[in-house]
Design a protein around this ligand. Structure first.
Ligand SMILES: [Zn+2]
Length: 269
């Protein structure tokens, strides 16, 4: 059994962001889940990036037993009125059991996409860390080209944060050592298969499986075998296979350890 700990199914089936899913979209999701199951991917955490996409995430989780929701605002989606949006998201979170919300996110700092408002990103990140803590939820962190800012924001809460993943890990080994020493997980996906990504492969070899969860980030970041195409949750299988070859251990032990980690991270069975 495998778990896709970070995916945006709503963005696989509709081309535009911030529109609600239609009834007809749900049939497409059924197909995606069937394909995933054929590849042993039996649980999926669907991530929020804004209020509407968090609502979509909840709608998917409530419809499909294999899907769980994360709700939050991506750093590049923080609008000037983000606080209002987060208030609406916290209403969803109040009903976390009915809404099958297992995490807040993705939230964090992104200095890759220009232009950015760093203060707004820091404020939005802090507010979402607090929301996760108040509701005893896992935290899904996005950090891109922003190691210092992300660590600074997290460090303030490192003792309180019990369940956290740095998704699509792309920072360096020192960052990896620091956050894993705080008990956080690294989310590893298609980018580990990219020929140029020796740095990430070395990080995995150093950190080991105990601190890793698998993710596709689909429809984004397809593994090398389908580079340039749409990514799907079923490709967790390829990523697990790749890591098994990289570490020279059996596929089953990669599947078991990363699945156990994901279950602990999100408190799901
Ligand atoms: Zn994502």
């Amino acid at each position: 059994m495998l778990i896709d700990t970070h995916c945006h199914i709503n963005n696989i089936i509709k081309p535009t962001f911030d529109v609600l899913l239609q009834k007809s979209d749900f049939e497409k999701v059924r197909n995606i889940l069937q394909e995933a199951e054929k590849n042993h991917v039996t649980k999926i955490i669907n991530i929020g990036t804004s209020l509407i996409e968090s609502e979509n995430s909840v709608a998917l989780a409530k419809t499909f037993p294999n899907i769980f929701a994360a709700a939050g605002i991506h750093p590049t989606d923080l609008k000037p009125e983000w606080q209002k949006e987060l208030k609406q998201i916290s209403k969803l979170v109040k009903n976390k059991n009915d809404n099958k919300i297992v995490a807040i996110g993705e939230c964090g700092i992104d200095k890759y996409h220009q232009p950015f408002d760093l203060q707004r990103q820091k404020d939005g990140f802090k507010a979402q860390i607090e929301l996760a803590l108040e509701n005893n939820l896992a935290l899904v962190v996005h950090s891109r080209n922003a190691p210092e800012e992300t660590l600074y924001s997290l460090e303030e809460f490192k003792k309180e944060i019990k369940r956290c993943v740095i998704h699509c890990f792309s920072e360096n080994i020192d960052f990896a050592k620091t956050v894993t020493s705080w008990g956080f997980y690294l989310g590893i996906g298609g980018t580990i298969t990219y020929p140029k990504n020796n740095e990430l492969r070395q990080i995995i070899q150093t950190i080991g499986l105990e601190k890793i969860v698998l993710e596709t980030d689909s429809p984004f970041l397809p593994p090398q075998i389908i580079r340039g195409k749409t990514n799907y949750p079923k490709y967790i299988y390829e990523i697990a296979q790749f890591i098994s070859n990289l570490l020279g251990i059996s596929f089953d032990s990669v599947a078991k350890q990363t699945t156990d980690n994901a279950k602990k991270l999100f408190e799901i069975d």
